[in-house]
Ligand binder design. Structure first.
Ligand code: NAD
Ligand code: LMR
Length: 313
């Protein structure tokens, strides 16, 4: 299932990996590796010299399709992993909201999280499967039920939103997206441009519509997921000042009953090092945050009650 180029890169990759110090040895697992996101994400991770072991797991495909695959052994795929990415789950079709995926994806993520909590409780868990606002709280509940919850190690991958924002802002300015460091607040081109804000909010819908029934964003998400994994590994391997936007167990709006929020987070050797404040926002942005908090609270509660009512096996 993985493209042949991944296999060709393996030799060079092994040589680089060979010279890595013990501290830099990192196992990464991808659950849902045969999917639209999983395949290119796995290829990008395979090319990353920080990743010294890559475990690929999916319920689709057979052992012959895998570089180092674990089609039947989920526990062994995640065991010893430093980072586990979960893109397993169905994508949207036109006309659907992300919440419409809940009924299918909630139990997929719950069961995968259970295996991770039991076989790799120390791993950093990076959730891509939608609806992220609910699947992340689902994972938290699964870990709590096993006494294994560490809020510093659980991340909803929201990197794609800033990847899109950087691209849209750079288009208006004629700059390189990698030089546009988008923050929630105080980004002049973003704060004052309702059209770009709307496009970032609905970028996912734009792709779903364009794919016309064939799924949602895959290549951009693979790039965003690989970037997030790389940032977690850089911080784990001792690099200071690594910051990524991500959806985490957060104190920012807990006083309003919202336990998870996406903001810039400084990463460290233990996962979340510091949750950075939102900073100053203008009146229009304040309104957007208020509107989001009401929905977010419901999305989080839905994930929590799902696991409480359906703990699974
Ligand atoms: P896809 O259907 O192409 O791939 C999903 C893969 O998951 C399939 O290979 C499937 O066999 C596998 N899978 C299903 N159940 C599994 C299980 N129990 N164990 C292991 N593997 C399992 O979908 P896709 O386009 O790769 O999207 C995956 C998910 O990512 C969707 O929920 C989508 O909404 C979400 N997504 C999130 C973001 C984000 O920004 N966080 C961006 C894009 C897509
Ligand atoms: C995205 O923003 O592309 C993802 O969340 C997938 C989707 O369904 O929009």
């Amino acid at each position: 299932m993985l493209p042949a180029v991944s296999r060709m890169a393996f030799g060079a990759f092994q040589r680089r990996a060979f010279s890595a110090s013990a501290r830099d040895l990192s196992k990464v697992a991808v659950l849902g590796a045969a999917g639209g996101i999983g395949q290119p994400l796995s290829l990008l991770l395979k090319l990353n010299p920080r990743v010294t072991e890559l475990a690929l797991y999916d319920i689709r495909g057979g052992p012959g399709h895998w570089l180092r695959g674990y089609p039947s052994g989920l526990a062994s795929a995640v065991k010893g992993a430093d980072v586990i990415l979960i893109p397993a789950g169905v994508p949207r079709k036109p006309g659907m909201t992300r919440d419409d995926l809940f009924n299918t994806n909630a139990s997929i993520v719950r069961d995968l999280a259970k295996a991770c909590a039991e076989s790799a409780p120390e791993a950093n868990l990076l959730i891509i499967a939608n609806p992220v606002n609910s699947t992340v709280p689902i994972c938290a509940e699964v870990y709590k039920a096993r006494g294994a919850y560490n809020p510093k190690r659980l991340f909803g991958v929201t990197t794609l939103d800033v990847v899109r924002a950087s691209r849209f802002v750079s288009e208006t300015k004629g700059t390189d997206p990698k030089d546009e460091n988008i923050t929630v607040s105080k980004h002049p081109e973003l704060s004052s441009n309702a059209e770009i804000i709307n496009r970032v909010q609905f970028g996912g819908d734009e792709v779903v519509k364009a794919k016309d029934g064939a799924g949602s964003a895959t290549l951009s998400m693979a790039m965003a997921g690989a970037r997030m994994a790389e940032s977690v590994l850089r911080a784990a391997q001792g690099e200071k000042g690594v910051v990524e936007p991500t959806f985490v167990d957060s104190p920012l709006y807990k006083d309003q009953g919202v336990d998870f929020f996406a903001s810039k987070v400084e990463l460290g050797p233990n996962g979340v090092e510091k949750i950075l404040p939102i900073g100053e926002v203008n009146a229009a942005e304040e309104k957007l945050i208020e509107a989001c908090l009401a929905d977010l609270k419901k999305n989080i509660a839905k994930g929590v009650s799902f696991v409480q009512a359906n703990p699974g096996k």
